[in-house]
Design a protein around this ligand. Structure first.
Ligand SMILES: Cc1ncc(COP(=O)(O)O)c(C=O)c1O
Length: 399
């Protein structure tokens, strides 16, 4: 086992660095069992009973993600060794993880949510929060005065923010947001799917909860649907989230957990590569005559750049959006013309993706019609730039 002081990057590369105690194998093992043998005296080895509550393969992935996010020292189990420190719980999808947090609130609780965020969470809140009794309010979390005005001390129980936020890549100042939330007695939850712990560790800025769609960068290969919630403290609210997962059956299966563990071993390489390439793509096309805007927090012209430079370490992520000066028609023409970028939704995989985001979100989407969302993968920057250059160049010619 590596020393506790090794970097997060080493912990990820070595999947925590424990060889299998039975075989000495270095690759993590899968334990697919749904149930566990009861001893004649009624006890269970390791207290495991049934996999809807916990599973050794999921727990290894949870311990690794907790260590990467700085939620818990490597070695603490999800229930924790002792009562101090944080923990991680994996879910069957990012949406299962996000909704477990909201469903652990109580009827009447006021929730403040960033106005720009992943549409699935916004849609769920619009459709189900009311029936759950939650009082949900959307606000611009980049505008701290607006947040301060919207917080209702004693009633606001949760601030939910995504940064960089889908698909405009707006940046929220996490330190300032957490201060505002905590002054009012509210928890702050950060959807860290896009930044990943490679670039931002929200607990270091005061966050209480971190949420992931592990389907994206954490797994990174477009072949697993998974989610995670992490907590800074194992308090009663955390117990409600874990209890929700167990009782609602929202647990991730062991095969997916194993694939996720394998994906996370290359997380740092993939995120650094995608960030470098996205910056190269954004810089190359910033100011292109066919574009009205390149939205990327790594560009000095981005309104959130200064905060992102403080809050994101070693890169600005692999996500950017292009707004076409010629409007929706040109956006669709570029979408149809690319050859290297794959036309698909989702993000954070090894292959680069492009999508007309408003079409993916549907008629109620607030996303501008002229916007194309790009998820930059690990291909060489030159191939991606040449592809976009050719597609944008064709706008001038016959279409
Ligand atoms: C930022 C963000 N959060 C949450 C989700 C939901 O995750 P999943 O698709 O794994 O349910 C997504 C999915 O695209 C996302 O992009």
């Amino acid at each position: 086992m590596p020393e506790r002081s090794v970097s997060a990057e080493t912990l990820a590369a070595q999947a925590l660095g424990h060889a299998d105690p039975d075989s000495g194998g270095l690759a993590p093992v899968i334990n697919p069992s749904t149930n566990y043998e009861q001893q004649p005296d009624g006890s269970y080895r390791q207290d495991r009973v049934y996999t809807r509550a916990d599973n050794p393969t999921s727990e290894q992935a949870e311990r690794l993600l907790a260590a990467l996010e700085g939620a818990a020292p490597e070695g603490a189990g999800p229930e924790g060794a002792g009562s101090e420190g944080g923990a991680c719980a994996l879910f069957g999808s990012g949406m299962a993880a996000a909704t477990a947090v909201f469903q652990s609130l109580l009827p009447g609780d006021h929730v403040l949510v960033s106005r720009v965020l992943y549409w699935g969470v916004r849609k769920w809140l619009a459709e189900f929060a009311l029936t759950w009794g939650l009082d949900v309010e959307f606000t611009d979390t980049c505008d701290l005065e607006a947040v301060a005005a919207a917080i209702r001390p004693g009633r606001t129980r949760l601030l939910w923010v995504e940064t960089p936020a889908n698909p405009m890549w707006e940046i929220t100042d996490l330190t300032a947001l957490c201060e505002l939330g905590h002054q009012a007695g509210a928890r702050v939850a950060v959807d860290n799917t896009v930044a990943t712990p490679v670039l931002t560790r929200p607990f270091e800025f005061g966050a209480d909860l971190v949420v992931h769609s592990a389907t994206k960068y954490l797994n990174g290969h477009g072949d697993v649907l998974a989610g995670a919630v992490l907590t800074a403290r194992r308090d009663p609210f955390w117990e409600r989230i874990r209890s929700w997962r167990r009782n609602a059956g929202a647990m991730l299966g062991p095969f997916e957990a194993w694939l996720l563990l394998r994906g996370m071993r290359t997380l740092f390489l993939r995120v650094h590569r995608a960030s470098e390439t996205a910056l190269a793509v954004a810089t190359r096309f910033d100011g292109h005559p066919a574009l009205s805007a390149v939205l990327y927090p790594g560009l000095p012209s981005h309104p959130g750049h200064q905060i992102a430079a403080r809050q994101m370490r070693g890169g600005f992520g692999g996500m950017l959006s292009l707004r076409l000066a010629g409007g929706a028609g040109d956006a669709r023409a570029v979408l149809g013309a690319v050859r290297v970028f794959k036309r698909a939704t989702s993000l954070g995989g090894v292959e680069s993706l492009i999508e007309h985001r408003r079409a993916s979100e549907g008629p109620s989407s607030p996303v501008p019609d002229d916007l194309l969302r790009l998820s930059v993968g690990i291909e060489p920057a030159a191939d991606l730039i040449a592809d976009l250059d050719a597609a944008l160049g064709r706008l001038d010619g016959p279409r």
